[in-house]
Design a protein around this ligand. Structure first.
Ligand code: NAP
Length: 257
């Protein structure tokens, strides 16, 4: 369905970490809204498959092998997306990794990796695309935070990064608002993706066991689906959401704080 949010030609939406999970669901959702999609991720094969799935559904998409934590890679990716699909006027900072451990076992390497992918990545990507948005006097940045930003045992690195994402989001909203650019964050709870499958494995549980445990503690008595998060992201991207900025929306099947 093409709705009133459909951009004119020569514009695209960049979704990072788009080869699977929440990123891929978001890419499909925005493609259905008429956005040509630049998928950024690490693995070229996975990117090709993801882009093909969007094209098969009638959308426009191209994959770009980009490491969001690498300044040069980000600059090249933003330029390549602009050349291939048009000015990146939507940015979804979704790329992510987990390295969970309790503090006494947590390593500095893991701390650095988490900070680099989530926080440095969101900073580098936002800085790289803001000039396109400022030139057009229109832009949408949506960052992926998490309920873990409120604190979660075993996730000192990840919860700190996801809380940092919220501060970054509010500052982007303040700095960029006068250029017609909004910045918001979506903070999911437990969503069924490869990331949470790996969490179950780490905890010695089957995915079904972990899902049942989490569902029992969730107000709506189910875990989330990537489409639940994509829907919230699409709300922030919509033209009609231009007066909503600097917000954090928890998508967690119930109140989070
Ligand atoms: P996922 O299935 O693990 O997908 C994450 C994607 O990001 C992967 O394709 C991964 O590539 C890619 N990626 C990792 N490092 C990257 C880098 N340096 N540059 C570019 N791409 C990179 O994760 P997800 O569950 O969909 O999560 C998406 C986002 O939502 C993350 O920011 C996550 O923290 C957040 N979130 C998820 C949940 C949840 O319950 N799933 C809850 C709250 C927040 P590789 O496979 O090659 O590593």
């Amino acid at each position: 369905m093409i709705d009133s949010t459909t951009p004119t030609s020569g514009r695209c939406a960049i979704v990072t970490g788009a080869a699977r999970g929440i990123g891929l669901a978001t890419a499909h959702k925005l493609a259905r809204r008429g956005w040509p999609i630049a998928l950024f991720d690490l693995d070229e094969g996975a990117l090709d498959a993801a882009a093909a799935s969007i094209r098969a559904a009638g959308g426009t998409a191209q994959g770009f092998a980009v490491d969001v934590s690498d300044e040069e890679s980000v600059a090249q990716g933003a330029a390549a997306a602009n050349a291939a699909l048009g000015a990146p006027l939507v940015l979804v900072n979704n790329a992510g990794v987990l390295r969970d451990d309790f503090l006494f076992k947590a390593t500095l390497d893991d701390w650095d990796l988490i900070m680099n992918v989530h926080l440095r990545g969101a900073f580098l990507m936002s800085r790289a695309v803001q000039s396109f948005m400022v030139a057009e006097r229109w832009g949408r940045i949506v960052n992926l935070s998490s309920t873990s930003a409120l604190g979660n045992a075993g996730q000192s690195n990840y919860s700190a990064a996801k809380a940092g994402i919220q501060g970054l989001t509010k500052t982007l909203a303040l700095e960029l608002g006068k250029f017609g650019i909004t910045a918001n964050a979506v903070a999911p709870g437990f969503i069924a993706t490869d990331m949470t499958r790996a969490t179950a494995e780490r905890q010695g549980l089957t995915f079904e066991e972990l899902a049942e445990r989490v569902s029992g503690m969730t107000a709506v008595r189910r875990m989330g689906d990537p489409a639940d998060v994509a829907h919230a992201i699409a709300f922030f991207v919509a033209e009609e959401s231009s007066f909503v900025s600097g917000q954090v929306l928890y998508v967690a099947g119930g109140p989070s704080a």
